[in-house]
Design a binder for this molecule. Structure first.
Ligand code: SF4
Length: 470
């Protein structure tokens, strides 16, 4: 799975003003995007790797169309990720399309994949080049070929030599880019939060005292987040759109939807962009939370929750951070006797999955141990309520209510009995103000579909709820 992208700590201000970023969030647009290219015929993104088939990569026409769409919704900057052992055969065509769209371009690539001819092509187009590994020979060669903006990506696994490498690169006018530690991406071993924070403190000092470079946020903890999700996204080589390289939740494919629609309908992006109220403790009330919302990728990898507090931050060491699956009690207002879901198992892009084991004492079970089929609707409704409640704070949860106001296209395929373990999936299809339409499925754990249907729900305001609920 190709996860390489901009997950580096911020050592220089982003090239957009605060007003640009605020306006970008308001229009659910972009200022920057990552475009993954692949020389392989088939994509290796998270969705393709998890699925039974790997999608064919985008054609050049499709890539050019995506670039035009990104430009239309405000993009000014593009990171082309082409990190294979050889560069994509269409790279120059892609760079030309990016140039025609007046986008500033950065290329993430391996140094030895860039031959001298390509280096000259990159220099002629003023492409910034970031090498995915330290490669001194390639750095010297690319400098000679006229590449003006050079960077090297560094990793915490190089921790003991990071200060020395940092100085060497700075002295050669090459920008060091240090990837934020991530438990599943960069092979960092068992480094502690305190070791990482210690070395970041030293890098901040080196930059300030030896190179007169001030980081935008001079806190080793707040360096856990570059906050790219506010203005950027990633497009994999098959056209699947993700919030970032380290957050492998598929938000939609440009092959079936426009980029504008994918971004504006994305709950993942909406929640992260509303980080001051949506990201959980300890990040939510942290004193650094103006400039930091933690690594969303690390939080997702360690807890299954892309809004969880960042468990790898030193400030989070004594915090209780919940990991999925979590018990449903507390997420839904239903008491134990009418609860038809046990655990919230996973959350995704407008999707959630729960589980339920049919208990013998359920009021929906008959004397033969068969579960009443009307229970399926309740499972779907409670799963939706649980996914909503999960993203609320502890203070908000007791206030949240939802009413089931309609059922459509309910199909019952088979019956469940006591002891069966069921998996319920919900997909929020549309939302109009306080009303929502949700598709739901109930599967037996052996894979059989038991029921499917669509429900309509209404989330009344506090005043409305008081008026209708005794
Ligand atoms: S607790 Fe969260 S918001 Fe605070 S510094 Fe750490 S990662 Fe950033």
């Amino acid at each position: 799975m190709n996860l390489l992208g901009d997950t580096s700590i911020l050592t220089r201000p982003i090239p957009f003003s605060t007003e640009d970023v605020v306006a970008c969030i308001a229009r659910t647009g972009l200022l920057s995007f990552e475009l993954q290219l692949s020389n392989a015929a088939h994509c290796d993104c998270a969705t393709c790797e998890a699925g039974l088939t790997r999608e064919v990569v985008l054609s050049l026409d499709e890539i050019c169309d995506v670039i035009r769409q990104a430009k239309e919704i405000g993009a000014r900057h593009c990171i082309v990720v082409d990190s294979g052992t050889s560069l994509n055969a269409r790279l120059v065509n892609v760079l030309d399309e990016l140039n025609r769209s007046s986008l500033d371009v950065e290329l993430y690539a391996a140094g030895d994949a860039i031959d001298d001819t390509m280096a000259e092509q990159l220099a002629a187009r003023d492409v910034a080049v970031s090498l995915v590994e330290l490669d001194e020979l390639s750095l010297a060669r690319l400098t000679k070929r006229g590449i003006r903006r050079l960077a090297v990506q560094l990793y915490f696994r190089q921790i003991s030599s990071l200060p020395a490498i940092w100085r060497r690169l700075r002295n050669s006018s090459v920008e060091p880019q240090l990837h934020i530690a991530h438990p599943k991406m960069y092979d960092e071993g068992d480094l502690t939060a305190s070791q990482m924070s210690h070395v970041v403190t030293e890098l901040i000092r080196i930059d300030r005292d030896e190179f007169r470079i001030s980081w935008p946020v001079e806190s080793p903890h707040a360096a856990r987040s570059n906050m790219r999700h506010r203005y950027a996204c990633r497009i994999a080589s098959c056209g699947m759109v993700y919030a970032s390289a380290d957050l492998p939740i598929p938000m939609g494919s440009v092959r079936t939807e426009t980029l504008r629609d994918i971004l504006s309908l994305s709950e993942v992006l909406e929640n992260i962009r509303d980080y001051r109220t949506k990201v959980k403790e300890p990040c939510r009330t942290c004193s650094q939370s103006v400039d930091c919302y933690g690594s969303r990728g690390a939080a997702y990898a360690l807890t299954g929750d892309y809004l969880a507090g960042d468990p790898l931050c030193e400030r989070a060491e004594s915090a209780e951070i919940a990991s999925l699956p979590v018990p449903i009690a507390g997420l839904v207002p239903h008491g134990r006797s009418i609860r038809m879901v046990d655990e919230l198992v996973a959350v995704g892009e407008r999707r959630a999955w729960t589980s339920y084991t049919v208990p013998a004492d359920s009021q929906f079970v008959d004397e033969m141990g068969r579960l009443d089929e009307t229970a399926y609707v309740e499972m779907i409704a409670q799963s939706f309520a649980a996914s909503h409640g999960f993203h609320l704070s502890a203070d908000e949860r007791p206030l949240h209510r939802g009413l089931l106001i309609g059922i459509k296209d309910l199909t019952i395929v088979s019956q469940a009995v006591v002891g069966d373990r069921l998996r319920i999936g919900v997909h929020k299809v549309t939302r109009f103000g306080d009303f929502g339409v949700v598709d739901g499925t109930v599967h037996h754990e052996d894979g059989r579909l038991l029921a499917a249907g669509q429900i309509k729900v209404w989330r009344p305001s506090d005043e409305q709820a008081k008026a209708i609920i005794p």
